[in-house]
Design a protein around this ligand. Structure first.
Ligand SMILES: Cc1cc2nc3c(=O)[nH]c(=O)nc-3n(C[C@H](O)[C@H](O)[C@H](O)COP(=O)(O)O)c2cc1C
Length: 238
């Protein structure tokens, strides 16, 4: 974002290399630093170079994942771009209310969701229902959560190897429990688990206890999700 001319060259080269039926799109941040938030000009430069859609994450490069994503800069990009270029807003959307808020605050045409989807694939069905004017189906029950956790870990085991596999499994254990009673204690225990089987067993035991507790106390299914910024600060790139 410090070198829009070079970024334009890249986009032009990609546009020239792909068939005309393939739309080239660009995702970028608010700017490089707080003092250099050039997203509106940068987005227009990308469109001039041939980009057909823009996505903006409302943090600067130097912010990493700290602080908050700024919807105002996304709105400024929407105002600057030609009306026919779709703008995807991105940053900190973790629930239906956040999705609706970002659309309203910025006028963006769609929303990209990153961390909010981790361990919460149900979010998309909820958004589909709400945006179609139907009632929010709400968060999943414990049994469904556990079933999807098991499938996720099965897939990690099938697709990953070595230390990376245990790391991915540990993260999944934390994601599927996030926002539930006792999830922080579970996360700490899972981080000490020596292998995938031990991590899985901790989660199975945790959910069994929660299901039993829910039945005994006649509780509502669960709380909504917790604070994503705190949990994921610095976890992933871009
Ligand atoms: C697991 C994961 C993988 C990501 N991979 C990419 C990527 O390949 N390219 C990219 O531009 N951003 C990537 N991001 C950043 C997200 O697209 C997004 O800009 C950022 O997470 C902020 O949105 P969020 O608050 O909804 O998470 C990734 C984020 C996560 C959590």
């Amino acid at each position: 974002m410090r070198e829009p001319a070079i970024a334009q060259e890249l986009v032009r080269a990609v546009v020239a290399a792909v068939p005309p039926s393939v739309p080239v799109t660009v995702k970028h941040r608010a700017g490089w630093t707080q003092d250099h938030r050039n997203a509106p000009e940068f987005a227009c430069a990308m469109v001039e170079a041939g980009a057909k859609m823009i996505t903006v994450h409302g943090r600067t490069r130097t912010q990493g994942f700290s602080g908050k994503s700024d919807p105002d800069i996304i709105r400024q990009v929407r105002d600057a771009l030609p009306a026919h270029i779709p703008l995807v807003g991105n940053g900190d959307v973790i629930d239906v209310a956040g999705y609706v808020r970002l659309r309203e605050q910025t006028g963006c045409d769609a929303v990209m969701i990153g961390r909010g989807a981790l361990g919460n694939p149900w979010l998309f069905a909820r958004l589909r229902e709400v945006t179609a004017g139907r009632p929010d189906p709400g968060p999943p029950g414990l049994v469904e959560r556990l079933a999807v956790f098991r499938r996720h870990v099965d897939l990690i085991e099938a697709l990953k190897r070595g230390p990376r596999m245990l790391h991915e499994v540990r993260k999944s254990c934390a994601w599927y429990a996030r926002g539930l009673y006792g999830c922080n204690a579970l996360r700490l225990r899972v981080w000490d688990a020596p292998d995938v089987a031990a991590a899985r067993a901790l989660v199975e035991d945790y959910f069994a206890q929660l299901i039993e507790r829910q039945r005994r106390l006649g509780l509502a299914p669960e709380s909504e999700r917790g604070d994503m910024d705190r949990e994921f600060a610095g976890d992933e790139a871009a």
